[in-house]
Design a protein around this ligand. Structure first.
Ligand code: 6PG
Length: 626
């Protein structure tokens, strides 16, 4: 753009040639009436220009849908440029020059319908843009073109693309941009619901020039340097549709990352689909909530190793750091390994949350300790081995008041869930891993959600219990031990689920590394996780490790006392009791499963193996004489 005689056609043609794009001259799109008017030396009015610009805007959209184009157009006023801006991805190049030099050029030009006398009106109309590329036209055309090309390249080679500006997407985008990464963000346009989301983020962050926003997917993709790195931060139910839109506009070698909580089997299926087009796929679990995403999450990448090598730099840059200063980000393994591990993270998270809820409830309603004091007790625990992010936020929650009253008491006691806990429980069933505490954590949420039934039933079965004051101190220390024991069991189960899945899928998961990237950034970060990062090598059997056996022995009786007492006094303790059951079953040399085997053989001739015979032989007994 620029006034007549600034060199738009010459520069535009050369630029188009360099970029391998078609060139168009806006003058050739004028209606005859405008051309006649200019020939007669009459300046065009805004009304004359309007149909011409609207027509050009339609052409620009069409070119954009092809491979783009270079257009030479005066576009002197901001309002003209607004009409032309039918697609977001326009790079404006303003050719500026002083009137004397341009007049000289115009006077030496022949065969053009724009007389030099009109130049004055052009300068009068000119509103210089304060965006895009500005080049002075006093140098040679070759130099001007080179200058524009280098700036275009800089502008159009954004390193990272992020789709979905919900809570997590927005925070990750700001994290990346804050670290100096040039990032294009895209959020779909949904009339009346999601409008101008990307533009809003850009407007809210004027100090981040390396952040660009789009609500047109094609423009967004074209703004990225090849191979493109596109991360989706969207609801897992929307991934397939998003991929359908992306696949046709991506190219071989591009990388797509699903940074949400997708089910790992979906991730495997999607990776295979994209592999057909040689597009690389990473199913990447990202934990840490809004704050983690903004300041440093824990990142679990799985899938294409080639893709990971391209992404590792970005992940390491934005991830939280562990105690040794290493990024809490790792390549977990092939296929769906990253999302599987994130799913188990959430399984552990569910059980930890439910455990804390059970403990809080016992302290408050059995030991009758007021919430502010419970916060104090938890703070004390937090200074030692029980230190964890979930305990920390629970302390804050127990202190949060609204209008002088505890906010917690105003929150409806119906837990919701997005499903990752349940998926972990399903995976445990599929891989044959006992995972009672997790399943109970999921079921406790489900049961809590049946509020109206609970209210009806509660009226039919009343109960009230109170520990005596003298019991309190002793009980408190037992509760602490029960909580410590149950947490350890919950973690053992989570790691054993991962190791079983690893074996079956040949993922070669590294439990110590997984624990290490869970020591910071993620929701289940804790001192226990730091210990596990040191302890877990190839062995996931936490409960039989010499480090933990003496501790568990010390906690065992208190754990059983608290579960027994709590249940007896009428408190539901699904995760605490399930963890105790797991522990008792896991540490029993003798189990009643021989009776199960006998029953199976009795009614279904399913056969059994014997203690007194080689274990690879099967036996059947005719249990009754028919
Ligand atoms: C995380 C969280 C996150 C998710 C929660 C909530 O690691 O940052 O796990 O992924 O928001 O798991 O899930 P529910 O809605 O199922 O409780």
């Amino acid at each position: 753009m620029g006034v007549a005689g600034s060199g738009k056609t010459t520069i535009g043609k050369a630029l188009a040639q360099e970029l391998g794009l078609p060139f168009y001259d806006a003058d050739n799109f004028h209606p005859q009436s405008n051309i006649d008017k200019m020939r007669q030396g009459t300046a065009l009015t805004d009304d004359d220009r309007h149909p011409w610009l609207t027509d050009l805007a339609a052409w620009i959209s069409r070119w954009e849908g092809e491979k783009g184009a270079v257009l030479a157009c005066s576009a002197l006023k901001e309002q003209y440029r607004k009409i032309l801006q039918s697609v977001e991805n326009i790079t404006w190049v303003y050719l500026e020059g002083n009137s004397e030099m341009i007049l000289q050029r115009l006077e030496s030009r022949s065969g053009h319908f724009m007389p030099a006398a009109l130049l004055e009106s052009q300068f009068a109309a000119l509103e210089e843009p304060d965006y895009g590329i500005r080049v002075n036209v006093s140098s040679s055309p070759a130099e001007i073109v080179a200058k524009i090309l280098s700036k275009v390249k800089m502008m159009n080679a954004f390193e990272f693309g992020l789709i979905g500006l919900g809570v997590m997407g927005k925070s990750l985008a700001l994290n990346l941009a804050g670290k100096g990464i040039s990032i294009s963000v895209y959020n779909r346009h949904v009339e009346g619901r999601e409008e101008g989301i990307a533009a809003g983020l850009i407007a809210d962050n004027p100090k981040l020039p390396n952040l660009r926003g789009f609500d047109n997917l094609g423009d967004f993709i074209h703004s990225l340097a090849r191979p493109r790195k596109v991360m989706m931060m969207i609801y897992s139910g929307a991934i397939d549709k998003q991929l359908e839109e992306l696949i046709p506009i991506l190219e071989a070698g591009d990388v797509v990352i699903d940074g949400g909580n997708s089910f790992y089997k979906d991730t495997i299926r999607r990776a295979d689909l994209l592999a057909e087009k040689d597009i690389l796929y990473l199913g990447t679990g990202i934990s840490g909530g809004e704050e983690g995403a903004r300041k440093g999450p824990s990142i679990m990448a799985g899938g294409s190793e080639r893709a990971y090598l391209l992404m590792a730099h970005y992940f390491d840059l934005i991830a939280a750091k562990d105690q040794a200063g290493e990024p809490c980000s790792a390549y977990i393994g092939p296929g769906g390994a990253g999302h599987f591990v994130k799913m188990v993270h959430n399984g552990i998270e569910y059980a930890e949350m439910q455990l804390l809820s059970e403990i809080y409830y016992l302290l408050r309603h059995f030991l009758k300790i007021p919430p502010s004091e419970i916060a104090g007790i938890f703070s004390e625990w937090h200074t030692g081995e029980l230190n964890s992010y979930l305990l920390e936020i629970t302390i804050d929650i127990l202190r949060k008041e609204e209008d002088g009253e505890l906010l917690l008491d105003k929150i409806l006691d119906q837990a919701e869930q997005k499903g990752t806990g349940g998926l972990s429980a399903l995976a445990a069933l599929e891989y044959g891993v006992p995972y009672g505490p997790l399943a109970e954590a999921v079921m406790a949420r489900t049961l809590s959600a049946m509020r109206s039934r609970r209210l009806t039933a509660a009226k039919l079965y009343s109960r009230e219990a109170e520990a005596t004051a003298t019991d309190r101190e002793a009980l408190l220390s037992k509760v602490k031990n029960a909580y410590s024991a149950a947490r350890l069991i919950n973690h053992q189960i989570g790691f054993s689920l991962m190791s079983e899945a690893s074996l079956r899928n040949q993922w070669e998961l590294d439990p110590a590394r997984i624990a290490a990237i869970w020591t910071n950034g993620c929701i289940i970060r804790s001192v226990l996780m730091e210990d596990l990062a040191l302890l877990l090598t190839e062995d996931d059997a936490i409960l039989t490790s010499p480090v933990w056996v003496p501790k568990m022995r010390g906690w065992q009786q208190d754990f059983a006392d608290i579960v027994a007492l709590g249940l007896q006094q009428g408190f539901a303790l699904p995760v605490l009791s399930s963890a105790l059951n797991y522990f008792l079953g896991y540490t029993s040399a003798d189990s009643p499963a021989n009776l199960i085997q006998a029953q199976r053989d009795y009614f279904g001739a399913h056969t059994y193996r014997r203690r007194d015979k080689p274990e690879d032989q099967n036996f059947h007994t005719n249990w009754i004489n028919i």
